[in-house]
Design a protein around this ligand. Sequence first.
Ligand code: NAD
Length: 363
Amino acid sequence: MQQQNQTRHIVILPGDGIGPEIMAQAEAVLNRVNEQHRLGLSWEHQLLGGAAIDATGKPLPEQTLAAAQKAGAVLLGAVGGPRWDQIERSIRPERGLLAIRSALGLFANLRPAILYPQLAEASTLRPEVVSGLDLLIVRELTGGIYFGQPRGVRVLESGEREGFNTDVYRESEIRRIARVAFDLARLRNRRVLSVDKANVLEVTELWREIVTDEAKNYPDVTLSHMYVDNAAMQLVRAPKQFDVLVTGNLFGDILSDEAAMLTGSIGMLPSASLDATGKGLYEPCHGSAPDIAGQDKANPLATILSVAMMLRYTFKEDLAAQSIENAVAKVLDAGLRTADIASAGTKLAGTKVMGQAVVDALA
Ligand code: NAD
């Protein structure tokens, strides 16, 4: 995040399931802010995931990767679905996503969990526990057990099969993600909580040691540590105690979905995955929701808010980012809700109506 990325070209990957529906709305929002704020951004569409498998046989075609490598940012809908669940594991849609994150060196996944006060009732927790929640989970994305070797399923001498994976982190990988968390904490409330399982796993014992060492470079930021089981519990008990949480790939995956639910709907949460230069891949936290795909039911706000994150973190266009966030708040104030965040007394809207309402609110 140190150097500024130069290109103002974006690669859009609508993906599968609800991906194309929510992306159409996000693109309309992007189009409007691009004009209004004269951002000079351009974009193109490419294939990823199941859509790419259908067209080319591969979840991450070379053409997509080449375009993404040249672009300043990538905007993604979601990939995957039951249609592709039976094909060989190494070419499934989700492998395309893991591969593009890895190829672009996107090691830092930022997942804010912000509870819009208008949605306090949509959370399964009591409003006083979650209202005003504003935390940021920084998840390491290219290491740990999701990538560690060796991995596989082997047959033992007894004939029984055994599955195995390897959780592995180098000092340098821990240090660079810790730095991202400390840098971001400086833009917030200057508190970092590092989540590990250092009482059981050696790999996270090293994690704790390196994060603690890196904290010496940030004397203005308070660092604390918590075991992942306790963190999972504290997130539902008293989530407002947190500012920035930093953790590894596996724990971050689970905790960020848990944090997502605190806000009422996974359909509200954007995310960013950044490399060392600020280039990023921006996507909603949710998946391709095959159960509601093609029905105009999906909440497009997470993808629209991902556009705002992209403008802020990669293109440094804070005003434009803020205008999108304000427009979303305005639409919620007006009582408009997709089914996933609807409650008594609100107006039910489909994907298209919701997206158009945000575009109109930008005017
Ligand atoms: P999911 O996030 O797609 O869906 C979970 C639940 O949340 C579903 O009931 C769904 O209808 C609902 N939901 C999700 N997004 C929503 C939205 N925008 N608006 C309203 N409701 C929404 O997770 P899943 O069902 O575990 O996975 C479905 C597919 O998505 C799988 O193939 C999985 O591999 C893939 N997936 C992709 C990504 C990604 O592309 N980043 C992430 C997670 C899962």
